[in-house]
Design a protein around this ligand. Structure first.
Ligand code: PLP
Length: 496
């Protein structure tokens, strides 16, 4: 049976998985969702013997039904290989009473690698299946980590070009260096004079611009997206939640069918939505705990039922979560509205025009699977410090947002289910903030000097991703204003 996808803003039209991956965003501006979430085709007990790659195939084949077995297995084999520094791909570390699912062992040491190492293969396979002749231009807005992971994934992939926009003063030094030193003739990196939301809105506007689409088509190009609005990002992310459950079973940390909780440090709502899909597939997840930093628009939404982006944008030490418009939330809004495309469209229009919307009481009642919390900058630093002092485990700032929220949730709710914390970045990526949290004497010191200190205190090896950029040549220096993004894309592509 073929699983089809429809837009959150149009219940009528459907497309295949490969078409949804190619398009990224639906023509009406909505996000593609599967018409139903498939059930796991195997028992939980059967999962526990499987490798990461086997679980990836088991999960993804249920979502990407128009891929052949050979195509999908080939994509998986190319993605989850020695680019990862551990055969487990996503190891689970038990620290104190929690399980840290380390999603940062890929090429760019953040969790975006989990999906972006496979997306280029899913996309080029989709292009072949649909006889696409145009060159595919990946257009991406990044709050820091997506950009590099997408660049690394698409660099020199035939038939593609990639253009990444990042907020000039909104990413860490390591993140910026990782991007501007990117090799590959098909890669472009642009710093915009604005924040991540400006970058994301600018990219979305280009996707929705029919005139631009026509011009590009005449020049032999078409856009696609590597952002987490692409279903080709979301589906591979479901895999590691299934894998984490399998690992807990295999290690006899839980009994079969035992419910667990999951805490996810959240920005664009992609990662936690994947956990929600895993739950809907049949993984016994009780609570999905959404952890925000001081940009706590999601925390407020879960408390009040009102989503309100009209607030000050705070630059925090967890920049990949500095987001006020969480794109993927639309998929949840659609779901809790009873798949009412009309309602979803109305709310998203309100978000665009007023910057806020309120869901109905009935919709709010459908959010019972979720809990939410947020962490202040001070709490994040304290968590990194305390866990290091007590256990020697060093976590990054994003993971520390989740760990802080986890502790507070556990105390307040008395819910003592075993809990998986999504650990989304290597501490090496945010060495400055991490070392300053461990000892304030490091405050203000150069990130690269602190990398060596971090190695000493953590006793872990400096990842290749960091060694690589230490002496690499800067290859990208384009900057532009927010209102010049479209012109910049045309310049890069040589379209007038
Ligand atoms: C992207 C990112 C997040 C947020 O994930 P979303 O899917 O956008 O919610 C959290 N932590 C890190 C390190 C990230 O790179």
């Amino acid at each position: 049976m073929n699983l089809l996808y429809k837009s959150t803003r149009d219940a009528e039209k459907t497309v295949t998985a490969s078409q949804a991956i190619l398009k990224g965003l639906a023509d009406d501006g909505g996000l593609f969702v599967p018409v139903s979430i498939p059930k796991l085709p195997v028992s939980l007990g059967e999962l526990k013997e499987m490798s990461y790659q086997e679980i990836a195939y088991t999960v993804m084949k249920e979502f990407l039904t128009d891929f052949t077995e050979e195509e999908l297995k080939s994509c998986i084999a190319k993605a989850y290989d020695s680019k990862f520094d551990t055969e487990e791909i996503a190891p689970l570390a038990k620290v104190e009473d929690a399980y840290y699912l380390e999603l940062f062992h890929g090429a760019t040491i953040a969790f975006k690698d989990m999906a972006l190492s496979i997306l280029p293969h899913l996309l080029t396979t989709s292009a072949k299946k649909n006889q696409v002749k145009n060159e595919i231009v990946i257009l991406t807005a990044t709050s820091g980590d997506t950009g590099k992971a997408a660049l690394a994934g698409f660099a020199d992939v035939e038939g593609t070009k990639i253009i990444v926009f990042y907020p000039k003063n909104g990413v860490s030094r390591v993140q910026e260096l990782q991007m501007v030193t990117q090799k590959g003739d098909n890669t472009s990196v642009v710093a915009i004079h604005g924040n991540f939301d400006n970058a994301q809105s600018g990219v979305k506007a280009m996707f929705e611009n029919k005139e631009l689409e026509k011009e590009l088509n005449e020049a032999g190009y078409q856009f696609s997206s590597a952002n987490s609005i692409n279903i080709g990002r979301l589906v591979p992310q479901v895999v590691y939640y299934v894998y984490a459950y399998a690992k807990l079973l295999q290690n006899e940390e839980i009994a079969e069918d035992e419910e667990i909780n999951v805490v996810v440090p959240t920005g664009n709502f992609g990662n936690i939505l994947a956990a929600y899909y895993a739950k809907n597939m049949g993984i016994p997840i009780a609570k999905l705990i959404c952890a925000s930093n001081e940009n706590k628009v999601l925390y407020d939404f879960f408390q009040t039922g009102t989503y309100d982006r009209n607030r000050e944008f705070v630059l925090t030490t967890s920049p990949s979560m500095d987001i006020l418009i969480s794109s993927n939330l639309e998929r949840l809004i659609y779901k809790i509205s009873g798949e009412d495309a009309r309602k979803d469209t109305d709310l998203m229009t309100e978000l665009k025009t007023k910057g806020s919307y309120a869901i109905t009481g009935e919709m709010k009642a459908n959010l019972a699977d979720f809990a939410a919390g947020y962490a202040t900058e001070e709490q994040v630093a304290k968590t990194i410090h305390d866990v290091y002092e007590d256990t020697g485990y060093v976590m990054d700032t994003h993971t520390a947002v989740a760990a802080t929220v986890y502790k507070a949730y556990r105390e307040d709710s008395k819910d003592d289910r075993k809990t998986v914390i999504a650990s989304t970045a290597s501490p090496y990526k945010f060495a400055g903030s991490v070392m300053s949290a461990i000892d304030p004497k490091y405050k203000g010191q150069d990130d690269f000097k602190l990398i060596e200190e971090l190695q000493k205190v953590s006793g872990t090896e400096i990842p290749n991703a960091i060694k690589e950029i230490m002496n690499a040549e800067i290859r990208h220096n384009t900057e532009c204003d927010v209102d010049q993004m479209e012109q910049t894309v045309k310049n890069i592509l040589g379209v007038k």
